[in-house]
Design a protein around this ligand. Structure first.
Ligand SMILES: Cc1cc2nc3c(=O)[nH]c(=O)nc-3n(C[C@H](O)[C@H](O)[C@H](O)COP(=O)(O)OP(=O)(O)OC[C@H]3O[C@@H](n4cnc5c(N)ncnc54)[C@H](O)[C@@H]3O)c2cc1C
Length: 377
């Protein structure tokens, strides 16, 4: 098989890269070891981020969420549940945090409005009865699996080949340059550029060419009940910590999440202590959350690549993404890694990765993914 761009990974990022590359006219092959969206994308928390969560500590991520959530509402309305969101300050929370939160929201462009707590508690009867202050922001919920399928369909409509259940097992390196890859079934794919969009597994893919991805892996545990207990995304109004956010997704409500360093991207076990902590955090926001139905628990692993990734303290690390040209990073050309980030910002990540492909191939071509609507369901 011969192609301009070989994309490794069929999560939100890889599907976004395949769509973007194919729409720019590059012949494109995407390989995914499982089915589409079988990695972190299918196991995330479900939130379309307005950016409000990051405004104080991580304004870069916040700005990316502001612009990308607006774009997703435009190009993927069928995959966004525009619930709105509310940040609530509860007794015991740092009462000075809103003094930083409000101006920081305004500085990065998050539309924020202080609400009367009594009104919020009337509109959300399940919510804790002791809300001290409340702020409306444009958070929402995201059908990320639907989005991946739509990106893959759009990529295929532009000529891309989407190969699922086809793990990449090796990269071909010739004279210091990645020139393609080998699939588990023995197929060889010759490529001008390989884009490594393997999420938490990106380090393993890069290692196939002797390259490194400087990321710290962090596990997040989530719990859900099969009842929609709130109408809007509800977040604690405090610096990001464990168990801050309740997302109404479809007919369920998801509470999360944690942030625990792990060494192995396949270490996605939801351990009992974290599950109990998330259930208790849910009960703090919505009393009775954990007894509202059978509690389902799972975990997913995120690669943290932003500023501070080499330091301890996961919540300190920027949730932004990184595009690595391994020619510059490790002296091995032809391999570009795009990792980190959020489902909310997958389109931007893909755009930057394909910009790097254009630069590597000396063939600048404009990105159109923010302009063209994705296919519906
Ligand atoms: C706990 C948690 C909660 C989150 N919550 C949110 C949220 O609420 N909102 C938000 O916007 N973002 C959230 N995120 C971030 C978001 O989930 C991710 O940014 C996004 O889903 C990552 O997509 P990806 O395509 O980069 O990775 P993945 O979805 O993991 O895709 C990588 C793919 O590569 C494949 N792969 C790996 N190795 C190979 C190989 N050798 N050959 C072929 N394929 C391979 C895997 O099977 C996988 O499908 C959360 C993340 C975590 C961990």
């Amino acid at each position: 098989m011969k192609t301009d761009v070989l994309v490794v990974g069929g999560g939100a990022t890889g599907a976004g890269v395949a769509r973007d590359a194919a729409m720019r006219g590059f012949s494109t092959v995407l390989v995914e070891r499982g089915v589409l969206a079988s990695g972190t994308t299918a196991k995330f928390h479900g939130q379309l981020h307005s950016g409000a969560r990051y405004v104080v500590r991580d304004p870069t991520s916040a700005r990316e969420c502001v612009s990308e959530s607006a774009i997703l509402r435009r190009i993927a309305p069928g995959y966004v549940d525009d619930t709105g969101g509310v940040f609530v300050l509860l007794p015991g929370d740092d009462s000075s945090y809103p003094d930083r939160f409000l101006p920081a929201c305004r500085a990065v462009g998050v539309a924020v409005e202080e609400l009367d707590p009594a009104l919020v508690m009337r509109q959300e009867p399940g919510l804790a009865r002791d809300v001290v202050r409340a702020f409306a922001v444009p958070d929402g919920a995201l059908d990320a699996v639907g989005l991946v399928r739509a990106c893959a369909a759009s990529a295929a409509a532009s000529g891309a080949r989407i190969l699922t259940e086809r793990p990449l097992t090796g990269l071909h390196v010739d004279a210091g340059r990645v020139v393609g890859g080998r699939l588990e079934d023995g197929t060889s794919v010759e490529a001008e550029v390989v884009v490594n969009a393997a999420g938490a597994w990106a380090g393993r893919v890069a290692a196939m060419a002797g390259c490194r991805v400087p990321a710290r892996l962090s596990k997040g545990v989530m719990v859900a009940v099969p009842v929609r207990l709130v109408h809007v995304v509800v977040s604690r109004c405090r610096l990001p910590a464990h168990g801050d956010i309740l997302v109404p997704l479809g007919a369920s409500t998801i509470m999360g999440t944690t942030d625990t360093p792990v060494g192995d991207p396949d270490d996605a076990v939801a351990d009992g202590a974290a599950v109990r902590a998330m259930a208790a955090a849910g009960d703090e926001l919505v009393p009775g959350f954990s007894s509202a139905g059978p509690v389902r628990a799972w975990a997913a692993v995120r690669p943290l690549v932003g500023v501070g990734a080499s330091e301890p303290g996961g919540r300190q690390v920027s949730r932004s993404h990184r595009v690595i040209d391994h020619g510059e990073h490790d002296g091995v050309a032809g391999l570009i890694t795009v990792t980190g980030g959020k489902a909310t910002t997958f389109r931007l990540m893909a755009e930057e990765a394909v910009d790097a492909v254009c630069a590597a191939l000396g063939s600048p071509r404009p990105c159109r993914t923010a302009l063209e609507e994705l296919p519906g369901r």
